[in-house]
Write a protein that binds this ligand. Sequence first.
Ligand SMILES: *Cc1c(COP(=O)(O)O)cnc(C)c1O
Length: 344
Amino acid sequence: MPELVDLRSDTVTKPSPAMRQAMAEAEVGDDVFHEDPTVNRLEEMVAELYGKEAALFVASGTMANQLAIRTQTHHGDEIIMERTSHPFNSESGALAALAGVQVNLIDGKRGIMEVDQIKAAVRTPNVHHAPTALICLENTHNRGGGSIWPLDKMRAVWEFASSVGTPMHLDGARLMNACVATGLRPKDYAVYFDSCTLCLSKGLGAPVGSLVIGSRDFIVRTHRFRKQFGGGMRQAGILAAAGIYALEHNAERLSEDHFNAQRLARGIAEIDGLDIDVNAVETNIIYFHVRKPDLTVPLLLDRLKVEGVLMLGTGPTSIRAVTHLDVTKEDIDRAIEVLHKVMQ
Ligand SMILES: *Cc1c(COP(=O)(O)O)cnc(C)c1O
């Protein structure tokens, strides 16, 4: 049995020996008392990266989004987001269960919305309406195929949101991918948002952890909700050390993942019965379709698995593959070879 090429998600990366070493040596304290020096260092580092006053280390990207939304809304408020966005689709109903908000969904193109769509969705004062409390964007957009928000579109949304006094939240779980692909800095995007997130356990390769980022006052309020959600951690410096290592060593190299995604996409484009828009591959996520009579997605995934290649089914004809730290160029070539074989 050859080594697995696991392309299901960039969450499958495992901490390297050097990252484990950094974890083992981390200085720690009780983080609920703000006394963990390693957590404090990570929070300062990420706040600085995003050009904000403060940041808070939390268990997951879901917790980061939900804390930011909970902190900025009241039960019965409405928030605006794109239909395929992560907080709406992939966070177990937390928007309803924890923040108690309803969602006004907008159909974007690969996750990207137009400012006019948002203008039309913001509620005007009326006793019949749930007030619009927050506008949420996602960059890169996961289900949009790792798509990148153009900065000018983001600025247009911010200009409008400011004019009506509505705060903005950025699901920036994958923001480093956008930065590496565009050459922009996290703060170039973050400037348009009242709250942001960053996920350390995706392409950055840490085992655990995300951050919520914003003003000091916002983070003070978020800290309380983190405790309420059961997310207060104690000697969390062991985990934060992995995050610091990830930011220092694994951010720039995300460009290799983008290169590998391009290579895989071009390989897939040459295979009869598979359909892919190569131009839509902007970062490390690719989606393609199976167009062969009698070949279902589960059947194709099973055949790939037998050959040691794992991908994720995401719809009746669609499959997702994600490149990451633990996948080499050679692994990509093998995945393409295996796809050729199983499609015959
Ligand atoms: C992965 C991801 C999250 C958070 O997921 P967790 O599994 O809770 O860490 C949030 N938003 C986006 C866009 C993501 O890709």
